[in-house]
Design a protein around this ligand. Structure first.
Ligand code: SAM
Length: 245
């Protein structure tokens, strides 16, 4: 997919050049025909196909305030038992699931291998750090750009939870999925090396691995979980190690 980096109003040239180098795309004066990573006074956004997407944790606030967090299915599944609040999100994407985990108290290490997604996520986190309501939560999120299957084994320290949400196989019609996924799917292929991802998660000996799957999708790498929790459209497969609690 063609990508250009475009400098909009209020952008800093050095930052724009560094971004272009990081995502390995040309710096352009104009919006491209494919995808454009726009950097301007509002931060970094992804444009293309008549859509614009910018990461934004502010819209997550209603999900984590006024007692709403405990209604989140992920939190129901991830709620720590017997202490331990260290998590790895091995497929960070735009960090929304990590944000829920961080809101529930987890210190989350996020890995994102796609340079464009990582740039959008870092920018959303930077803006959230300046928001008094968001900064404590985002302060518990630590992002690393790179392939988690290579980086996790060197992570060190105790890990209580590993969270995996690799891109689902493209089954949904574009009209039915949100803007974020429509644009990000143009950058990404569904996960093909499921076993490597699961092996990396297992290598840090967590108490639990949580895997987000389509409701009726196959288990990751064909490995049966200890149990599953089902929602309307997705399910969480949990591989639990009670002996480590
Ligand atoms: C479906 S999205 C995750 C969405 C995320 N849970 C959220 O709340 O925004 C999957 C993401 O995982 C990333 N990814 C897939 N395999 C990865 C790997 N081995 N290491 C790091 N990132 C990976 C992809 O680049 C993509 O951005």
């Amino acid at each position: 997919m063609d990508l250009v980096v475009c400098m909009g109003e209020g952008a800093d040239r050095d930052d724009a050049e560094a971004l272009a180098e990081r995502v390995n795309a040309p710096l352009s004066e104009k919006i491209g025909d494919g995808l454009t990573l726009m950097t301007d006074a509002d931060g970094i956004s992804l444009l293309g196909f008549g859509m614009r997407y910018q990461g934004d944790f502010e819209h997550m606030l209603p999900r984590v305030t006024r007692g709403r967090l405990s209604h989140e299915m992920l939190i129901h599944v991830a709620k720590p038992k017997g202490g331990g609040l260290s998590a790895i999100d091995a497929t960070a994407g735009m960090g929304e699931d990590s944000f829920l985990l961080a809101a529930c108290g987890y210190e989350v290490t996020l890995y994102e291998k796609n340079a464009v997604v990582a740039a959008l996520l870092r920018d959303a986190m930077r803006r959230a750090e300046n928001d008094p309501l968001l900064k404590n939560i985002v302060g518990r999120m630590h992002i690393y750009e790179g392939d988690s299957t290579e980086m996790i084994p060197d992570a060190g320290g105790t890990v209580d939870l590993v969270y995996l949400d690799p891109m689902f196989p493209a089954r949904q019609k574009s009209g039915l999925i949100n803007k974020k996924l429509q644009l990000i799917q143009k950058l990404e292929q569904p996960c093909v090396d499921e076993k490597t991802l699961l092996d990396a998660a297992l290598s840090v000996q967590p108490k639990k691995i949580i895997i987000k799957r389509p409701l009726r999708g196959a288990c990751l790498a064909g490995v049966e979980p200890s149990y599953s929790v089902k929602g309307k459209a997705i399910r969480y497969d949990c591989i639990a190690f009670p002996e480590r609690f």
